[in-house]
Ligand binder design. Structure first.
Ligand SMILES: Nc1ncnc2c1ncn2[C@@H]1O[C@H](COP(=O)(O)OP(=O)(O)O)[C@@H](O)[C@H]1O
Ligand SMILES: [Mg+2]
Length: 535
């Protein structure tokens, strides 16, 4: 039977798509008539080539002409005008799109499944030669839209996952139930960590093989998409910049030499201060030595007199007491002298340790050196995930050990003294932690055996290495073997959880709405702070 209905009529012509008129189309007959009525030159109705670019707003066009025009307009503006124009645009974006992140340099908005990265500083994005690059395997594409960047949504950022592990023992606390065993929760975290750091190692390898570098690897600049179960680097605005002298980084994840490059002025100042302290010690040591020599002579003279006296002095006790107190004075002086000497040596050692990080002594910045910095940063980021895991898992069974792990974690994130810590104590602190773990007799140790092994490996590969040339690069490292996710403890979990664990990732209770972040919620309060980057 033939179908009948409103669309089956043969008499109605299919509606054809009407092209939108552009300002360059010839004016319509009606418009021409209007013009002749008012004696307007019809040619003025169609803009010619020279007026074309000034007519529409070129703010978001990415043609090279628009870029040049923008640059010229920008140069013509006063710094205040530039600032207000920039702020106006930011306010518009805030009204239009939900904000999903804010870094040191950018405000980031979600726009469908893309993110829009708007620079905080009007001049921070090069508005010029952004040439198109080939896609790099495993690395998200960034494109430039006027003075902004756009890229695919990559997932929740790593710092949120780090906090979730530290606070709940699991990167996705909403996927766990209170009755789940420590083993199950730990296996979720372990699977997450191995997947994330494997993906990132492979991405870094691809990036390095193409001769590019990231320069600011840290938890805030990695993201994991729960829907695709893929981790990727974000903050890629600068990856195609092959100039090794372009400095970017974050103290907490920077290798000491990378750190020294970022803060060479401070290190040079610290060295000057140390020299000051050393000369102060020299003076004190001289004074005390002189005093002692003087007292020694006095002592000998006195001793002779007293021994003579003691022979025929009836009050022998009094003489011995006087001698003893004299001895005491000299001994105290000698102790002081030794203390000053040891302080001097301490500062001298610090001075010697810092000297290689003085501006003039740093090795030249090359792409190969950056590859080592990137790889170091990736692995110190992984260490922070491992330490969060150790902190949380041992929290009940061995609070002292748990606190030791947290102390390393917070020292690592503390910008003000993590440079010296990385030069001197990181290896020692990790070894101390591993020793405490060895001594621990609780079950927790077995649950965490893979994490503990990984901390050992990282310490050997990166943190006990004194020479930068011995730090491996992503291209030379083997990826970790990702352990399959242990199925949830059947006895402990609800039947809904068991169903979810057997379904493919796309069909589990995790919905797209959960995978894409909602614009407002902020992570739960925690003493950990996001370390800021420099660029
Ligand atoms: N592609 C992306 N997918 C998901 N979140 C992103 C993406 N790009 C940036 N973000 C979020 O925005 C934050 C700041 O972006 P980022 O590019 O790192 O700026 P900055 O250079 O200022 O650090 C990130 O830490 C992350 O939370
Ligand atoms: Mg960032």
């Amino acid at each position: 039977m033939p179908l009948t209905g409103p669309n089956s009529s043969t008499t109605t012509a299919p509606p054809h798509k009407q092209r939108r008129l552009s300002p360059f189309d010839p004016p319509s007959p009606a418009r021409r008539h209007e013009c002749s009525k008012h004696r307007i030159n019809q040619r003025m109705l169609t803009p010619n080539r020279t007026t074309r670019h000034s007519a529409p707003d070129p703010s978001y066009s990415d043609s090279s002409y628009s870029k040049q025009l923008r640059k010229r307009n920008h140069e013509k503006m006063s710094p205040d005008e530039q600032f207000f124009q920039h702020q106006n645009r930011l306010q518009c974006l805030k009204k239009l799109y939900p904000s999903i992140g804010s870094g040191t340099n950018s405000e980031v908005f979600l726009c469908g499944n893309k993110v829009l990265i708007y620079p905080k500083n009007p001049l921070s994005t090069a508005d010029g030669n952004q040439t198109k690059r080939n896609h790099i395997e495993g690395v998200l594409n960034v494109s430039h839209l006027a003075d902004m960047q756009t890229m695919d949504y990559a997932g929740q950022d790593g710092f949120d996952y780090l906090l979730a592990i530290r606070n709940h023992g699991c990167p996705h606390p909403d996927e766990t139930t209170p009755s789940q065993s420590a083993e199950t929760i730990n296996s979720l975290s372990r699977h997450f960590r191995e997947t994330v750091f494997n993906d990132l190692l492979l991405s870094l390898r691809s990036l390095h093989q193409h001769g590019y570098i990231h320069r600011d690897v840290k938890s805030e600049n990695l993201a994991y998409n729960r829907l695709t179960q893929k981790a990727s680097f974000i903050d890629l605005g600068d990856i195609y910049n092959t100039d090794p002298c372009k400095l970017t980084g974050t103290p907490s994840t920077a290798h000491p030499i990378h750190h020294a490059y970022l803060f060479s002025n401070i290190i040079d100042q610290e060295l000057r201060d140390l020299i000051g302290i050393l000369s102060e010690y020299e003076d004190k040591i001289k004074t005390i030595t002189n005093k002692r020599l003087h007292d020694e002579n006095t002592f000998i003279q006195l001793e002779n007199t007293l021994s003579k006296l003691s022979k025929d002095d009836p009050n022998f006790d009094k003489t011995t007491k006087a001698l003893a107190s004299l001895e005491n004075i000299l001994k105290n002086d000698f102790d002081k002298y030794r203390f000053y000497l040891s302080e001097k040596n301490k500062h001298l050692n610090e001075y010697q340790k810092l000297k290689p990080y003085q501006k003039d002594n740093l090795p030249p910045l090359t792409i190969d050196l950056w590859k080592k910095f990137d790889t170091y940063s990736l692995h110190i980021t992984e260490l922070s995930f491992l330490l969060s895991q150790v902190y949380k898992t041992f929290q009940k069974s061995n609070p002292t050990l748990s606190q030791a792990a947290d102390k390393i974690l917070t020292t690592h994130l503390n910008d003000s003294y993590n440079f010296l810590w990385k030069c001197e104590d990181i290896e020692q602190n990790i070894n101390d932690l591993l020793q405490s773990i060895d001594k621990d007799t609780s079950e927790t140790k077995t649950i965490l055996s893979a994490e503990i092994q990984r901390i050992r490996t990282l310490n050997q590969l990166f943190f006990s290495v004194k020479n930068i040339t011995d730090i491996p690069t992503a291209e030379t490292l083997l990826p970790q073997i990702v352990t399959p996710l242990a199925s949830s403890d059947s006895s402990e979990t609800s039947s809904e959880d068991s169903v979810n664990s057997t379904l493919p990732a796309e069909l589990t209770t995790t919905t797209v709405a959960e995978v894409l972040p909602s614009p407002s919620p902020s992570p739960s309060p925690s003493p950990l702070f996001k370390p800021g980057s420099t660029s």
